[in-house]
Write a protein that binds this ligand. Structure first.
Ligand code: 13P
Ligand code: SF4
Length: 341
């Protein structure tokens, strides 16, 4: 992580509280109340620096509320942010998310400068497989197409036929028009897709270190104790998903809440997601069995500020890898979002 200990907190300008009254109101409901005055000077400084630089900030739904609500121009899941990067006309994109997402933005917007506030923001799924592993799988299964989850390195995407996210995994698999597909690296998403299709999936044994922490017993207790509806991300284990009232991607979960308006809900996914949704659904009680992604949490207001101030941590992808990875991503973008509720 970058050493930000020497970075002075920006001096608060007079009248800041008044200027940001509406945001303050929203964030006070989502954060411990002592935090708002600490975040405010950073939020103000980042917004002004962003305007000076003509930059766009993209933030994943797992980012902390002060980033998601305070400084982001575009928020969403992996697919929404990939689409936003592809059509972004700012010279500079600051990606508040993890490395594979920032790499995806660079591949889809090669002429832009893409910055990531902390280069160590990784992902257990992306780390679980290499390009050499994909080549070995292809040798073992000649002629079988490869679909890789977007949570992979650029080099793995380059070895794949198509990418997918949890918003379109089933449809991308079926679009390969093959009786067998190599699906990697998330074994749980793979099992979830396999249960819905006649296509035989050859799986890799990767998993998300955040979603695999949820247990079926914990979910059952949450339902019984709080009478909460259960909404889960397909990166969770099958016995967890079996207990859910709804399984879907990050965006589909929010869509399900909009449609069903439950009194109480437990989102079985990364914890910040519920924090970020609370302001849209003040009438819903969110039960939060809280698992935070340590990689997403590396992104902070001070390192976003430093990134914009010093134009640091530029994301680069070898052009020959990028060209092949772009084909896999474009095939996914052609399928689009299929997870509406
Ligand atoms: P989505 O944003 O595609 O729902 O993925 C969840 C996730 O784990 C991202 O890292
Ligand atoms: Fe990777 Fe899981 Fe973190 Fe998403 S939540 S970035 S899949 S480790």
């Amino acid at each position: 992580m970058s050493d930000l200990s020497a970075l002075p907190r920006p001096e608060p300008r007079p009248g800041l509280e008044h200027e940001y009254a509406e945001l303050g109101e929203r964030l006070r409901g989502l954060l411990p109340c002592v935090e708002w005055p600490l975040h405010l000077p950073w939020i103000d400084a980042i917004r002004r620096l962003k305007a000076m630089r003509g930059a766009t900030i993209l933030a994943h739904s797992y980012q902390s509320p002060e980033i998601f609500h305070g400084v982001a121009d575009v928020t969403g899941d992996s697919l929404a942010l990939a689409e936003a990067a592809a059509r972004c006309d700012s010279e500079i994109i600051v990606f508040c998310g993890v490395q594979f997402m920032a790499e995806t933005a660079k591949i889809l917007a090669p002429s832009r400068t893409v910055l990531i506030p902390d280069t160590a923001a990784g992902c257990s799924l992306a780390a679980s497989i290499t390009a050499a592993d994909v080549r070995a799988l292809r040798q073992r299964h000649p002629g079988v197409p490869v679909v890789s989850y977007i949570n992979t390195s650029a080099a793995v995407k380059a070895e794949s036929d198509a990418c997918c996210t949890s918003a379109n995994a089933l449809q991308v698999v079926e679009s390969m028009a093959s009786p067998q597909v190599i699906f990697l690296p998330d074994r749980y998403l793979g099992q979830y897709v396999a249960a819905q299709t006649a296509v035989e999936l050859i799986l890799w044994q990767g998993s998300c270190e955040v979603h695999e922490l949820f247990s079926a017993a914990q979910v059952q207790q949450t339902r019984e104790r709080f009478a909460a509806q259960i909404v889960a991300h397909p990166e969770c284990a099958p016995d967890v998903l079996a207990q859910a009232d709804f399984v879907g991607s990050t965006t589909a979960m929010a869509g399900w809440l909009r449609k069903h308006r439950p009194q109480k809900v437990a989102l079985i996914t990364e914890c910040s997601m519920a924090d970020n949704l609370k302001s849209e659904f003040p009438q819903i009680t969110f039960i939060q069995p809280c698992n935070l992604c340590p990689h997403m949490q590396r992104i902070t207001l001070p390192n976003i500020y430093a990134c914009l101030r010093d134009l640091q941590h530029e994301v680069t992808v070898d052009p020959s890898i990028a060209a092949r990875a772009r084909q896999s991503l474009q095939r996914m973008l052609g399928v689009g979002r299929r997870d509406r509720v």
